[in-house]
Write a protein that binds this ligand. Structure first.
Ligand code: GDP
Ligand code: MN
Length: 349
C-alpha cells in the first residue's frame, strides 16, 4: 500500500515527518478540551502525547472550548501540534453562569464554609461553573453538534502506551456509549445530597432507568445509599448522542434545579458516572485497560508484562491504581463478571 502523508490543511504539513495513516474507516469523532489561555503549555504536553501514541495515524479533529476567547498564541501552538483540524469555541454565557433560581447568598455562604473546612476547590466559583458545564453543556456546544463521539483530554495528562487501534471505532462496533480508565471514591463533602437528588430523579423518571443497569457499581444496598464510586471524567471517550438524549437532559436538568453545583460542589465525574451506571446497559460501559493514563495523582498502567511490552509502555506497573483499595475498578470487574488480568493480586498491595 502506498505511504501517504496525513491530510491536513496546514501549510507546514510539508515539514512534518510523513506517517502512514492507519488503514480503515474514520469515525465521526473529535477530541475535546476545555481550557484557559494560561493552560497552553500544559495542554500542549497532553496533545503531543495523544498525537505520538495515537492520533498522528488517525488525524481526528480537536475542539477547544473556553469561557473567554482563545488568544492567537494558544490557537497557533495547538494547531501546530494537532494532526487533524482544530476548532476554537467560546462558551455561551448561559452555560457558564449562575442560573436565576440559585440563591446567591446561600451559594456564597457555602463557599466561605468550604474554604474554612479546606475542601478542595470548595471556595471556587469558576470550578463550579466548570463542573456544571462539563456535566450539562459541553456536548451541546455548536462546535460539537456534528460529531457522534468525543474523547476528553485535560492539561498535563500522560499516555504511557501506544494505541494500536481506533478506540472510537471500538466504541461504535461494540455499542459502547461511555468509557473510563480510572475509577475511585468521591470526597463525600462535595456531594452530600447528590444521591437524594438522584433518587428523586429515578422516582420521577423510571422510564429512563435501564433494566440491566450498573446500580451495583454505585450502591451496596440496592440504591438506598451511594458508595461514592465514580469513573474519573478527566478521561472519557463517549457517545455524544447519548448525552444529548432526552433521558440525559432530564437527568441533568433535575440535578441542576436541585442546586448542588452551587450549594455543594458536585463534580462532573460523579454526575456522568451515575448517569452512565443507571441509564445505560451494563455492556454499554467500557473499561479501556490498554489505554495507559496519568492525571495527577493517579495512574492506570495496564496489568501484565506482555501487554506493556507489546504496546511500548513507559509506565511503572507499581504505580497502577486499578487494584488498590481506593479504586472502584475491581468492583466494576466483579459486577460485569470479568476476569481480572493475570498479576492483579500482586499489584493490590
Ligand atoms: P481538576 O482536574 O479537577 O483538578 O481540575 P482542572 O483544573 O484540571 O480543570 C478541569 C478542566 O477544566 C481542565 O481541562 C481545565 O483546563 C478546565 N478549566 C478549569 N477551570 C477553568 C476555567 O475557569 N476556564 C476554562 N476555560 N477552563 C477551565
Ligand atoms: Mn485536571
Amino acid at each position: 500500500k502506498a505511504s501517504q502523508a496525513p491530510t491536513t490543511s496546514k501549510p507546514e504539513a510539508a515539514l512534518t515527518p510523513a506517517t502512514t495513516p492507519a488503514p480503515g474507516e474514520r469515525m465521526n469523532a473529535t477530541f475535546v478540551t476545555l481550557a484557559r489561555n494560561s493552560d497552553i503549555w500544559d495542554i500542549s504536553r497532553s496533545i503531543r502525547q495523544v498525537e505520538d501514541r495515537f492520533n498522528r495515524q488517525y488525524n481526528y479533529d480537536w475542539v477547544f472550548l473556553n469561557d473567554k476567547p482563545f488568544d492567537e498564541e494558544f490557537k497557533k501552538v495547538t494547531t501546530s501540534l494537532v494532526s487533524g483540524k482544530t476548532h476554537y469555541g467560546e462558551i455561551p454565557e448561559e452555560h457558564w453562569s449562575f442560573p436565576s433560581f440559585i440563591d446567591q447568598d446561600k451559594a456564597r455562604k457555602v463557599r466561605e464554609d468550604m474554604a474554612h473546612r479546606k475542601i478542595i476547590y470548595g471556595d471556587s466559583i469558576s470550578y463550579r461553573h466548570m463542573c456544571r458545564f462539563e456535566s450539562g453543556f459541553f456536548f451541546r456546544h455548536e462546535l460539537m453538534n456534528k460529531f457522534e463521539y468525543y474523547w476528553r483530554v485535560e492539561p498535563s495528562i500522560e499516555l504511557f502506551c501506544d494505541i494500536h487501534y481506533d478506540p472510537f471505532k471500538y466504541m461504535k462496533d461494540h455499542g459502547k456509549k461511555y468509557s473510563f480508565v480510572l475509577s475511585l471514591y468521591e470526597y463525600v463533602e462535595t456531594i452530600p445530597t447528590l444521591w437524594d437528588s438522584v433518587v428523586s430523579f429515578m422516582k420521577k423518571h423510571p422510564e429512563h432507568i435501564a433494566e440491566d443497569n450498573s446500580m451495583g457499581f454505585l450502591s451496596d444496598d440496592d440504591g438506598k445509599t451511594y458508595n461514592h464510586c465514580h469513573f474519573w471524567s478527566n478521561f472519557e471517550i463517549g457517545n455524544l448522542n447519548w448525552l444529548r438524549s432526552q433521558a440525559y437532559l432530564d437527568y441533568f436538568n433535575s440535578l441542576d434545579r436541585a442546586g448542588g453545583f452551587f450549594y455543594e460542589r458536585w463534580g462532573d465525574a460523579p454526575v456522568h458516572s451515575i448517569a452512565a451506571a443507571l441509564m445505560l446497559k451494563k455492556d454499554e460501559i467500557h473499561f479501556f485497560n490498554d489505554i495507559a493514563y496519568y492525571h495527577v495523582p493517579f495512574t492506570h498502567c495496564p496489568t501484565g508484562d506482555a501487554l506493556r511490552e507489546k504496546l511500548k509502555c513507559h509506565c511503572n506497573p507499581d504505580n497502577n491504581f486499578d487494584w488498590k483499595g481506593y479504586s472502584c475498578t475491581s468492583r466494576f470487574y466483579d459486577l460485569n463478571k470479568m476476569e481480572k488480568p493475570e498479576g492483579w493480586e500482586a499489584e493490590s498491595g
